[in-house]
Design a protein around this ligand. Structure first.
Ligand code: GLP
Length: 234
């Protein structure tokens, strides 16, 4: 398995390391970054914002967006990216699925075509408590491409903290598929906190199963995992 595991006891050091990986990518000529949202990414984007890194010649493609949440809504991934990164660090072009498109299925197809026209040099990934990547919930086919997907009750409740109430959390999202994610040349996965232990242990165990989407990364040639979890990988 071409997976490089780095365990960092200190979170600040972990995020500095993530920033360094972005910096090395840029130095090596990367021009397209797959980006992610979620609480895990906030300290990383804080580091990128206060760094000297310049993304003005780069493209970004985000993993996902909620269906039915307008771009200006405080919990949209569009707003998240503006606030946490793009306002301070403009990219040449940024792509995030439009969750309020009239035809969200057509939007998903269009997004997949945009993705296919780009080569993602590095895809940033978080992981859901149930092992989801992007919004690809357990049971998603490894062949999946960008699509409209249903969110599980556990994902909706994990993400309720970003909304006023659980009822407000959308039931659907547009997400890059697992096959779409796997096309990236390199993947940087960040998992911080005990609630991610089951997912990360499954990944490191190496039993690849559609029941735990993150395990698909075992089949990718270039993955770096940054975590604060002390893993017993016997
Ligand atoms: C959401 C996102 C995922 C993210 C996950 C974990 O479901 N769609 O891309 O990895 O949340 O989020 P957090 O970092 O807040 O735990």
């Amino acid at each position: 398995m071409a997976l490089d595991l780095e365990v960092w006891e200190d979170n600040d050091a972990l995020y500095s390391r993530a920033q360094e990986i972005f910096s090395t990518q840029i130095k090596n000529g990367a021009t397209t970054f797959g980006l992610a949202t979620g609480g895990t990414m906030i300290p990383l984007y804080e580091k990128l914002r206060s760094s000297a890194l310049d993304f003005s010649h780069c493209n970004s493609v985000n993993l996902d967006e909620y269906v039915g949440v307008p771009q200006g809504h405080p919990a949209s991934y569009h707003t998240f990216m503006q606030q946490h990164l793009f306002e301070a660090k403009p990219f040449k072009a940024t792509y995030i699925p439009n969750g309020v498109a009239e035809d969200v299925h057509a939007e998903a197809l269009k997004y997949e075509n945009v993705l296919k026209s780009l080569t993602v040099d590095m895809q940033l990934l978080g992981v859901g408590v149930n092992g989801h990547i992007g919004f690809n919930e357990p049971g998603t086919s490894f062949q999946s491409e960008t699509d409209v997907v249903e969110l599980t009750a556990s994902t909706r409740s994990a993400n309720a903290r970003f909304f006023d109430s659980l009822d407000e959390v959308p039931k659907q999202a547009i997400t890059m598929g697992i096959a779409s994610i796997m096309r990236a040349k390199c993947i940087l996965l960040i998992a911080v906190g005990e609630e991610k232990r089951t997912a990360i242990e499954a990944l490191l165990k190496g039993d690849v199963t559609e029941d735990i989407p993150v395990t698909r990364l075992c089949n990718h040639p270039n993955v770096i995992v940054l975590t604060d979890l002390q893993i017993n990988n016997d």
